[in-house]
Structures are given as structure tokens and as C-alpha cells.
Design a protein around this ligand. Structure first.
Ligand SMILES: [Zn+2]
Length: 332
């Protein structure tokens, strides 16, 4: 058995580096080697739910300096400690984004569609990659029948527009939660927006849906909104925030959207309030109810803001919860 302590490990690394330096000196042109790829692989991952083939489509991930009020009801030091415990970049929060594509055999349904316009900044991450990753998965945006929104925040809904402002999924019916639509489209609510973030949310919904308002289908909770896909009430994050049960045969998964934002914070600490929640106390109640149910059922849970491919199981851990990510499966 080889025992390796910290000193040997770093000494070993130094030796390897020195050897590499020497060999590069000795062999002319050796530094050319193989050029690094310099870019990430496409982000899509397939899994089955009964007869349905589902694909987790990565829209990207963004790192940003942790705002002072990112968690509104605990001191910032506690939130910073949670970020450090999750090995996020120093002083930063990293939030991933993962829409889900469901192929029922008769319909192709995209649940949430990401941030829209693609941005790539090495220190901050890259978002707006849904179209690119759909293409990598061999999916033509024109073949998508339904785009189903969990709620109307920009990171979930802005991807309905391509970079030139045209509809990214030109043949798709766009379905939104009736309660969210009523909330965000109300001029009375917009006038009461308590801060710039909320003002921007109201303005964004109006901008993204400008000209297509009458074509949008509004759906209610506890309805089969598409074949095998049932809308379930998980309000609090927004008034109409919706999760989905995708069921086929004896199999099902729970698509939880933003019941928790990043699990390292709000699934570990279900009583913490993220700054983006419209009704934080209700969101907290929803979290407990949803995860108690998911843990009791040992249900597979897909989270829009879980680390790609964003699939796992939730266990109860005293008054908290923990996420057990599913292992990469080379077969489907
Ligand atoms: Zn979100």
C-alpha cells in the first residue's frame, strides 16, 4: 500500500514540474505538445422516465460576487461559509441553469429555456447556451412543440427569444403559469415593486412577451399540461411558481424548478430565504412540504439550479435536507 502525506504530495508535484521543465529543455519543440481545447464540452445528458426520453440541457452557469443580502435572513458570514463549504470561488456564488427536454414520443416539450442571449466571460461563467446545447444534442428548435415555463424569472424564460429577438422555438406553443402571468403583467403590482430587482423583473416579462401576449397559453395547477406532465403548486419563489411531475408507466420524476435555488444553500438550510423570493415565508413552507414528500417517496428530483446534469435524490437530515446527486449513467 502506498502512503502519501501532504509533504510528499507537494514534493512529488515539484519533482514532476522540474522533470517536465528539464525534458522541455532537452527536446526541441516539445513545448508545442497538443494544443489545449480551451472550451468546455457540450452540456446535455439523457435519462429515461418510463417510455419518455428526457434530456437535461445545460444553459450554463454564472459566478458573481455574493450580494450582501443574497440570503436575506441570516448574517452574510453564514452565507459566505456555506459558499466556502461548497468550494465556490472565493467570495462568489455560482448558480447553474438547466432546462429539461421531454420527448414523450408524440410531443417534444422544453421545460424552461434559460437566459437567452449567450454570454461568455471566463471569470463569470457562460450562460444562454440552451440553443447551442440543443443543437449539440441533435435537436432542431423548430421541432419543439411546447415550451413550458415554471415561472417568469429571466433565467427561465428569456430563452424564448433568439439573439435577433425572433422566437427561438418558432413552432412551439408557449405555456405559462396563469398565476405568474397575472402577477407579472399587473400594472398595479409593477407600480408597487419594492426595489430595482423587482422593477427589472416586471419590465423584463413585458419586454420578452411583447407582441406575443395573445398567443401565450396560461395553465393552472393540478392539470396535465402536456402528455404525462402535471403542474403542481409550489408558490413562494414567485406567486405562480410551478413544479412538474413527469410520469410514464411506473416511473416518474419531480421537476422542482426553483423550490430551492442552489441546493448547497437552501436545501441544506431550508429556512434560509434567497433574495429572489417574492414571498419568502411561503417559499420556506413550500420547500419543507416538497422535500418531505420527495424524501418520503424516494423520488428522483431534477433541479433547475442543481449542478449539471441536475438530477438527484433528496434525503432528510434532521431539520435540514441533503441532495444525493445521481451518478452519470452511460446507458439510458
Ligand atoms: Zn431560477
Amino acid at each position: 500500500m502506498i502512503e502519501l502525506n501532504r509533504r510528499q504530495l507537494f514534493a512529488g508535484a515539484a519533482t514532476v514540474a522540474a522533470a517536465a521543465a528539464i525534458s522541455q529543455c532537452e527536446i526541441p519543440g516539445a513545448e508545442a505538445g497538443v494544443a489545449p481545447a480551451g472550451a468546455q464540452a457540450p452540456g446535455f445528458y439523457r435519462y429515461k422516465v418510463g417510455a419518455y426520453e428526457c434530456t437535461s440541457i445545460n444553459d450554463g452557469a454564472r459566478s458573481f460576487p455574493m450580494p450582501d443580502n443574497f440570503v436575506t435572513n441570516v448574517p452574510k458570514a453564514e452565507a459566505t461559509a456555506a459558499a466556502e463549504a461548497a468550494y465556490m470561488p472565493q467570495g462568489m456564488v455560482t448558480v447553474p441553469f438547466n432546462p429539461q427536454l421531454i420527448n414523450t414520443g408524440s410531443k417534444l416539450i422544453l421545460i424552461d429555456c434559460g437566459n437567452g442571449i449567450a454570454t461568455y466571460e471566463p471569470t463569470k461563467g457562460a450562460v444562454g447556451r440552451t440553443l447551442m446545447n440543443l443543437q449539440a444534442a441533435g435537436v432542431d428548435p423548430k421541432s419543439i412543440d411546447i415550451v413550458l415555463m415554471s415561472h417568469l424569472h429571466p433565467d427561465h424564460t428569456n430563452g424564448i427569444r433568439a439573439a435577433d429577438g425572433s422566437m427561438a422555438f418558432p413552432n412551439a406553443e408557449i405555456m405559462v403559469p396563469a398565476k405568474d402571468w397575472a402577477f407579472w403583467m399587473s400594472d398595479e403590482n409593477a407600480a408597487k415593486a419594492p426595489n430595482d430587482m423587482m422593477k427589472n423583473y416586471f419590465a423584463n416579462v413585458r419586454k420578452i412577451y411583447a407582441g406575443i401576449e395573445s398567443k401565450v397559453t396560461k395553465y393552472d395547477w393540478d392539470k396535465e399540461v402536456a402528455p404525462g406532465i402535471t403542474s403542481i403548486a409550489t408558490p413562494g419563489h414567485t406567486p405562480g411558481h410551478t413544479s412538474f411531475v413527469v410520469a410514464s408507466g411506473n416511473s416518474k420524476v419531480l421537476l422542482q424548478a426553483d423550490v430551492t435555488n442552489i441546493p448547497e444553500f437552501f436545501l441544506r438550510n431550508p429556512d434560509w430565504h434567497v433574495v429572489y423570493d417574492t414571498e419568502p415565508d411561503l417559499a420556506q413552507q413550500t420547500r419543507h412540504k416538497f422535500y418531505d414528500m420527495a424524501a418520503a417517496e424516494k423520488a428522483t428530483v431534477v433541479g433547475f439550479h442543481f449542478t449539471f446534469p441536475s438530477i438527484g435524490h433528496v434525503e432528510k437530515d434532521g431539520a435540514k435536507y441533503r441532495l444525493i446527486p445521481s451518478a452519470w449513467n452511460p446507458t439510458i
